[in-house]
Design a protein around this ligand. Sequence first.
Ligand code: FAD
Length: 426
Amino acid sequence: MANTVKPEPYWWDAAPRRTEAPATLPARVDVAVVGGGYTGLSAALTLARRSREVLVFDADATGSGASSRNQGHLGVNRHFYARATAAYGKEKAHRLFREDEAALEFTFDLIRHEKIECYLQRNGRFVGAAKPGQYEQMAREAEALRREIGYEVHTVPRAEVRQHIGTDDYVGGELRPREGCVHSALFHNGLLDRALEAGAKVVSETPVQHIERTKDGFTISSPKGKVQARDVLIATNALSGDLIPYIKRRILPLNGAGIATEPLSPELIRSVVPGMRPCVDTRKVGRTVRPSPDGTRIVYGGRATMAERDPLVSGVKLRAIMCSVFPQLSDARITHSWFGPTGITFQMMPHIGLYQGMHCALGYSPYGVAQAPYLGHKAALRILRANDAATAFDDLPFETRPLYYGNPWFLPAVVAYYRYKDFVSR
Ligand SMILES: Cc1cc2nc3c(=O)[nH]c(=O)nc-3n(C[C@H](O)[C@H](O)[C@H](O)COP(=O)(O)OP(=O)(O)OC[C@H]3O[C@@H](n4cnc5c(N)ncnc54)[C@H](O)[C@@H]3O)c2cc1C
């Protein structure tokens, strides 16, 4: 496989990464945004549309982080309601779930209103239950979501699973009709275009090295020079690095992996995803499968990993998992294999807040396709001191743990434990 597999996201074939390089950096802007993924660009778009001078820094080609590597599932966080109820009680959980729903609606609307061509699809998402106990829990949670919140979720008994996904690996599942998917990197490129058209400036391959508070704002230092900014937004998510140790101590960077098959026959594609919609499962180390946006390939994801660095090695393992679930794909060649960084908070909820006068929005777990554009927009509204800036996430804690300084040394053990739990739990 090694000679013919591209060690980069399938998504980059249609949407290659871009390098923006303004002739000179402005000496002063209203807002400096650190990070050119969905969060940073959505914020830049909102700010530029309201006549603010904005400069987005990206350490790499713009958006080569998670925003152009993800699988493009557009949904609410499946664990949100139960987790929020346990942590904060029912009333707060309702508000948090509504906010997550608002994020989903915001992102669907954003793509439509901005006319971003990124294969937006809203034909539902299927979630497969890997174990009977998980199916029972799923059915209870679906019932609570319908009854208490009015969120549409249809429980799918075992006998009907094959209408949704072409495997006997699942003992049941659920269909979430209001969810869907996009082409992740085309979405990112479209957002970049809109932000540039609105007047935002973007500088790629320019890491922010240092941010210093001044009497009327901040001085941002980069290899291309210094820029003064009245406000700063940190939108670096899993790639936050050493820039702000406070944030580094509060974000767990987890590596997800993806593969794409060669073009396959329509019959073979439908034998895997009969509904031509994205599917995910209840495993703790979850697996995702979807048709490519043009319906010609299977794109598969999973295997959170920290130790592996070579996507070609990981691709072989991920393909083996895919073929064990979908034996009909045993002859399908893999053409792309890649990793991507997901940022997770210890409280497993996204964070939007202020640290030493700097705004930040990050930590979406694997639900940032909807949440990141929304919270980027909300962070921009906070900078603008707009009346509609508030979110239910505003007062959540941004936790760290003793002995965690940004190197998640314990994650390989945690992932191994979760794999073991996936194997033994009922
Ligand atoms: C493999 C994978 C699959 C996923 N699948 C899904 C999915 O199907 N659905 C879903 O909802 N979510 C998914 N996610 C999560 C989702 O992609 C992210 O939550 C979202 O893209 C985060 O966007 P962001 O803008 O906050 O961060 P990113 O897109 O990671 O952007 C951060 C940017 O900050 C820049 N940066 C970092 N440090 C500096 C610095 N010092 N100076 C300048 N720039 C800096 C980086 O270069 C990077 O471009 C997935 C993630 C991965 C990795």
